[in-house]
Design a protein around this ligand. Structure first.
Ligand code: BEZ
Length: 211
């Protein structure tokens, strides 16, 4: 069954390049990015894993742990990790789940048989510290993901978790945000001391409160 926004992220125990991992225990009180790959020794995945390894400090800044997955065994992952280091100039610095029996892929609906019968598609799940699924993305095998966009949406998820705002189209951290329509002008006057522009009663822009 599909894993949807607001669902509890299914727990599992599975092999990885860093030994056996119980997912919820490993996640602890961090946010998590769980992302899948079609297969080991594939070109796009090699660049994606290198890119994520290079962004480690950006994920850490946001209290995010990253974990990858493909349906190959640990020995294969370890061989591939050498290629990633050689070609991308960075060592794998997060665990890669070896989902050889497709247990996790099935739990998270990462195999889309009408696209590809056996391999996982490029799924992304962002999971909050309460283990609730907050974002899902699905890309086809030939299209590599944009990890700057992933950091951007994590910034939005974390901001809108704590402030009564939403982030408009193409928002980047530090840009103006939208006041939630459920907040009255009287409440907004108190909540947003930097002020706001009312373009329409439902469209009020304010400087990002936590900046
Ligand atoms: C890849 O993962 O690199 C890939 C998979 C399928 C088609 C093209 C590239």
């Amino acid at each position: 069954m599909a894993v949807r926004l607001g669902d509890k992220a299914p727990d599992f125990t599975q092999d990885s390049t860093e030994g056996s991992i119980n997912f919820h225990e490993w996640a602890g009180d961090s946010w998590v990015v769980l992302f899948s790959h079609p297969a080991d020794f594939t070109p796009v995945c090699t660049t994606e894993l290198g890119q994520v390894a290079k962004l480690k400090s950006e994920f850490e800044k946001r209290n995010v742990k990253v974990i990858g997955l493909s349906v190959d065994p640990v020995d294969s992952h370890k061989g591939w990790a050498k290629d990633i280091e050689e070609t991308q100039g960075v060592a794998l610095n997060f665990p890669l789940i070896a989902d050889h029996d497709r247990k996790v892929a099935e739990l998270y609906d990462m195999i889309h048989p009408n696209a590809e019968a056996t391999a996982t598609v490029r799924s992304v799940f962002v999971i909050d510290p309460n283990k609730v699924v907050r974002l899902t993305l699905t890309y086809p095998a030939p299209t590599g993901r944009n990890f700057a966009e992933l950091l951007r949406v994590i910034d939005s998820l974390q901001l809108t978790e704590y402030e009564k705002v939403a982030t408009p189209a193409n928002w980047q951290d530090g840009d103006e945000v939208v006041i939630l329509p459920s907040i009255s002008n009287e409440e907004a006057d108190k909540m947003f001391p930097k002020g706001y522009k009312e373009l329409k009663p439902y469209l009020r822009m304010t400087p990002q409160p936590n900046k």
